[in-house]
Design a protein around this ligand. Sequence first.
Ligand code: SAM
Length: 253
Amino acid sequence: MTARLGSVSLVGAGPGDPELLTVRAVRRLEEAEVVLHDALVPNAVVEVATTAKRLCVGKRAGQPSCAQEEIVRLMIRLARQGRQVVRLKCGDPFVLGRGGEEAVALARAGIPCEVVPGVSAALAAPAAAGIPVTHRGLASAFVVVSGHAPEACGPVLASIEPATATLVVLMGLRSAGRIAALLMARGWQPDTPAAVVAAAWTAEQEVWAGTLEALGRSALPLGLPGTIIIGATAGFAQRRGSVAAQGQGGMTW
Ligand SMILES: C[S@@+](CC[C@H](N)C(=O)[O-])C[C@H]1O[C@@H](n2cnc3c(N)ncnc32)[C@H](O)[C@@H]1O
């Protein structure tokens, strides 16, 4: 008798608040036998999977983690054992999170795989600070880049006319100074509004608000996942100030 083949759901965990999981994500977590989650996914979200075996396979900047190939091998092995596997990735699985590579590897191995989109930090972090990324009259576009390697995002940032879009930078806290310098060298005004939203939608949420020039020389919360927002729309965070004291993350209008 041939063993039943399992499957893998690549599920977006959203920014960290279980209430921002999609209905389908909750269903997959409740039905899962094994959940392989990123380190950035808070316990409150992982624990939605009440009956599954839960394994942290993710990485946080600078800390040891499972190699990507290991994670893929583990997913394939578990699925071939007939398990219903959830690969739980922060935000949206296909936004700067290597979800595409995982989907391709699973398809090549003949493992049934689905994607459950999640609320990306690219939108959830600005929203948590009350920043409407395409506020009419201020920005009619927003551009999402990874700041992890400034040499990679540099050409994208350099190609955007100053003050024509809201820039949203993920994985950019350590490169904030270099990104600010690059933009100012390209003609962005030093007093362009800028904001950093760290650990959005969690109890640790912090909002920094200032200017592009100040962004480059400010102490940012490097121990937390943070998203940088640059452009006129980031001025909304300035007017609102820090919301860290609200505890639950998010804001009300
Ligand atoms: C590897 S990327 C993954 C992005 C994810 N796939 C998404 O769609 O949100 C991780 C980066 O997302 C951002 N991020 C994730 N969760 C966040 C949160 N709760 N608050 C602010 N930024 C967050 C940070 O820039 C972090 O370094």
